[in-house]
Design a protein around this ligand. Sequence first.
Ligand code: CUA
Length: 145
Amino acid sequence: MTFGITMLVVFLALIGFAAVADDINPPSGLQQIDPTKVAKTPPFDRPGLRKLPDGSYEAYYVAQVFTFTPSTMTVPVGSKVTFYVTSADVVHGFFIPRTAINMMAIPGWVNEQAHTFTKQGNYLVICHEYCGIGHQDMFAKIVVR
Ligand code: CUA
C-alpha cells in the first residue's frame, strides 16, 4: 500500500515536472486568452466570419454551455476557413464531421485549425466533449454553397 501510494506520488510529480519543464500546452494552442474576459477580448468580442484579402476566411467561435457562437455561418464552396476556437467556461469539443476539424475548446486557450470546403452542403459543428446536462444539444451549422 505504501509502495503504491509512493509510486503514485512520484509519477504525478514527474508528469507535473515534465509539463512545466517542457512547456507542454494543448495541441495547436498558440494563443492564450483570459477565459473570464472572452466577451470583451477582440476578436472574440465579435465572434463570426471575417473575409481576408486573399479570399480565405477566418472564423472565430466561442463555446459556452450549451451553444457555439456563431450558431450558423455561410461560406462559398471552395473556401478555405481557419477556425479559431475558445471557451468561456468549461472544456468543450469542436468537431466537424466529414472534415479533419477536430479540436478542443479549452478555457484560457485559442485553438486553431483550417479546412477547405470543396463540397456544398450543410456541415454540423458538434461538441464532442461531455460538458454538462445540455451537452447533446450543443451544435452549430455551417452552410457551404
Ligand atoms: Cu459543450 Cu459538450
